[in-house]
Design a protein around this ligand. Sequence first.
Ligand SMILES: NC(=O)c1ccc[n+]([C@@H]2O[C@H](COP(=O)([O-])OP(=O)(O)OC[C@H]3O[C@@H](n4cnc5c(N)ncnc54)[C@H](O)[C@@H]3O)[C@@H](O)[C@H]2O)c1
Ligand SMILES: O=C(O)C(=O)C[C@@H](O)[C@H](O)[C@H](O)COP(=O)(O)O
Ligand SMILES: [Zn+2]
Length: 377
Amino acid sequence: MTTTLRVQSARRPYDVTIGPGLLDETGPMLLARGVDPTVKLFLVTDDEVARFGYAERVMDSCRQAGFAVAAAVVPAGDASKSFANAERLYQEMLRAGIRRSGVLLAVGGGMVGDLGGFVAATYQRGIRYVQVPTTLLAHDSSIGGKVAVNLPEAKNLVGAFHPPIAVIFDVTALSSLPAREWCGGMAEVIKHGLIGDPQLFADLEAAPVTSYPGPERAEALIARAAAVKVRIVEEDEHEAWRRMVLNVGHTVGHAVEQVSGYQIHHGEAVAIGLRVESEIAWGRGWLSADDKDRLIRVLAAHGLPVTVPQLPWDEVVAVLHHDKKHGDDHWTFALPRAVGDVVIVRDVRYEELAAAWSRSAADADTGGGKPGGGGAP
Ligand SMILES: NC(=O)c1ccc[n+]([C@@H]2O[C@H](COP(=O)([O-])OP(=O)(O)OC[C@H]3O[C@@H](n4cnc5c(N)ncnc54)[C@H](O)[C@@H]3O)[C@@H](O)[C@H]2O)c1
Ligand SMILES: O=C(O)C(=O)C[C@@H](O)[C@H](O)[C@H](O)COP(=O)(O)O
Ligand SMILES: [Zn+2]
């Protein structure tokens, strides 16, 4: 069985196809989307994904469908989402004879998708690309067209909105994901439940999914979480306002990820960010203690961290100032008001953030369950 979600993008609509065995169907799927077999393809992957043979299978399928395919491999890990790698890929594409008509295939997790998408958005002022996600987390990153590289100062600071022409998600590739990466992906699944699918959230509370559950259940889970993302991207593709809700957990999360030197992975950092940001919302009297505890419990039940790590607070705050939602004179955050209700606010004060961080420490005194407890770092 496969599930198809259509995304109504301003540039052109595209399909997200989720199902088993799709790596071996990539070539015919490109032909079905009208990609002419005379155009050259350029596949980008990382060395860990390559080890499992997923890129080979995509290339074989494309060659059998009549395409010429060149490929490049970058080292696994978020440090590869860099200008240095983008420049290397541009040069390899040029050597491989990729023209404006060419199509890039990003085969991997969110790192490969963001880097490959950024290269596609900028090479010769933009070429088409296809997302072929191989991590659970990439149900999020492969949809919506946000592509970026990191700067040494902060994550995702240089990028574009460049929608793919297709997302081809072979759920069987997830069978080789390490437990840590599966659970990291669950942070974004839980986030999507929190934002727009309270029943998904409740189902995860009742029966946590802590490892690959087999192709049918993986497909159903991804389809539900991805449906929330698609809905919001369609409402506000270029993040004028509403799309910022997808950033819940990320304002703090990105800073944690960056200051940890990427030792804390994206999904784990988002879980920590969700904890701290839910403390801000609770401190305002918006999020009930019950909903805050539900969020903390469901994250923890998926093996995710829910307390802040020992990181230099000054560095965390410095990185928070680079957040793209941050205005000149205010902090902008997406905050949960309830399960199924996330809002964007422009007026978070430093003191609120500091208090929420303190309340998220492993040994925190949470103020006896009353908003406003806990001291500043
Ligand atoms: N563009 C967006 O909207 C968006 C959304 C969410 C996250 N992101 C970005 O995505 C990145 C995180 O994505 P990620 O968690 O997928 O990380 P990742 O791409 O670094 O993958 C995590 C690890 O899993 C390995 N891996 C990938 N597929 C595998 C498989 N099938 N079997 C075994 N190992 C496999 C990778 O080699 C890597 O070591 C971050 O850079 C984040 O900023 C972007
Ligand atoms: O698609 C979005 O919009 C998101 O915010 C999804 C996030 O999960 C993702 O990590 C995204 O890359 C964050 O974007 P940024 O604009 O904060 O860099
Ligand atoms: Zn994210």
